[in-house]
Design a protein around this ligand. Structure first.
Ligand code: ZN
Length: 327
């Protein structure tokens, strides 16, 4: 097993327009585990899980959950669990070094396979993942709220299973639905267990709400959470409308990811300052160098998804994809 990856200082060129809410009052939870809140209705229904701060420096999910808890929102059927995940990382958030608190010792969102969760390795992030695993196991459907390093239109990461693309369509936003197979560096929460199993009725979606610290990311996080609850009939439209006015929607389209570009050298650099969702018209265009090797686009109209500034060996540098024909 490789050592956990330590955060490094990454220069931040973006304004910090969001304020991390003080979530201390939500510490105790009501489900036997810190930072986890669970509410059940009398009427039967699915168990819905909305998770925030899987990455500690992604503030929009914490803002959305803080709002839902403050409003006293309750499901009208089934069970709703609201989970602040990697809170230790979140509490380390420092606006003067805002990339550093993505995790404590390693990426909480690359730990979600049985070998890692049940293996001998240890880290602060892994301990929290192990602690919250029963919370995830108990859920039928997951909405995992995230944001992105670079300014880009929001995207829903739906994995490969058609059922999760259908969930994204059920929410109606954001416009771009990404079908992708995750990362070489490890399995994401949204890919865990039955969520990505086509034979299981469980579904999951990861929403990237925009750049980490832009105001619009928090609005979208709340809107996605309400739409997720509406989709499963856990709240009614009047309740959703009271908390957030429905925004204008555009037709959704699916971005099919052909694969991640995983960094193989200690010297990976992009040829341009890509921020995400750029379309490169011609196949064979050089977009980066990994050591001496050029990284080229494999097909025409290749779309770059979420290029990273964490250009370290073994990590995903960027994902490449194509829009499928609208349905
Ligand atoms: Zn994230």
């Amino acid at each position: 097993m490789s050592d956990p990856i330590m955060p490094e200082t990454i220069e931040n060129p973006y304004p910090i327009d969001l304020t991390p809410p003080d979530i201390e009052r939500w510490r105790e939870g009501n489900a036997g585990l810190d930072w986890i809140w669970r509410f059940s209705a009398d009427r039967p229904g699915p168990h819905l899980l909305i998770s925030a701060v899987v990455h500690g420096n992604e503030l929009c999910g914490a803002i959305a959950l803080d709002r839902l808890l403050s409003e006293g929102l309750r499901p009208r059927r089934g069970t709703l669990t609201l989970a602040f995940m990697n809170v230790e990382a979140y509490q380390n958030f420092d606006p003067t070094d805002p990339f550093a608190s993505r995790w404590v010792e390693e990426d909480f969102n690359r730990l979600w396979d049985r070998e890692t969760l049940e293996g001998p390795r240890d880290s602060a992030d892994l301990r929290r993942a192990r602690a919250v695993r029963p919370v995830v196991d108990a859920a039928d459907h997951l909405l995992d709220i995230h944001s992105m390093q670079q300014p880009s239109a929001p995207v829903a990461l739906a994995g490969m299973a058609e059922k999760n693309v259908a969930l994204a369509r059920g929410l109606g936003i954001p416009e771009v639905i990404v079908r992708d197979g995750g990362h070489a560096a490890g399995r994401r929460l949204r890919d865990y267990g039955p969520f990505e199993d086509p034979a299981s009725p469980s579904t999951s979606l990861l929403i990237e709400c925009g750049q980490h610290w832009e105001a619009g990311a928090a609005d979208l996080a709340l809107d996605c959470a309400l739409r997720f609850l509406l989709h499963f009939d856990a709240i009614d439209a009047a309740t959703a409308a009271k908390l957030a006015p429905p925004p204008a929607t555009a037709p959704q389209r699916v971005l099919e990811i052909s694969g991640p570009i995983t960094i193989r050298s200690d010297d990976f650099r992009f040829v341009e300052n890509f921020t995400g969702l750029e379309t490169v018209p011609k196949a064979g265009t050089i977009i980066a160098y990994d050591g001496e090797d050029p990284v080229t686009t494999p097909y025409d109209d290749c779309v770059l998804l979420m290029p990273t500034r964490r250009l370290w060996k073994g990590q995903t540098a960027v994902r490449l994809g194509r829009y499928t024909a609208p349905v």
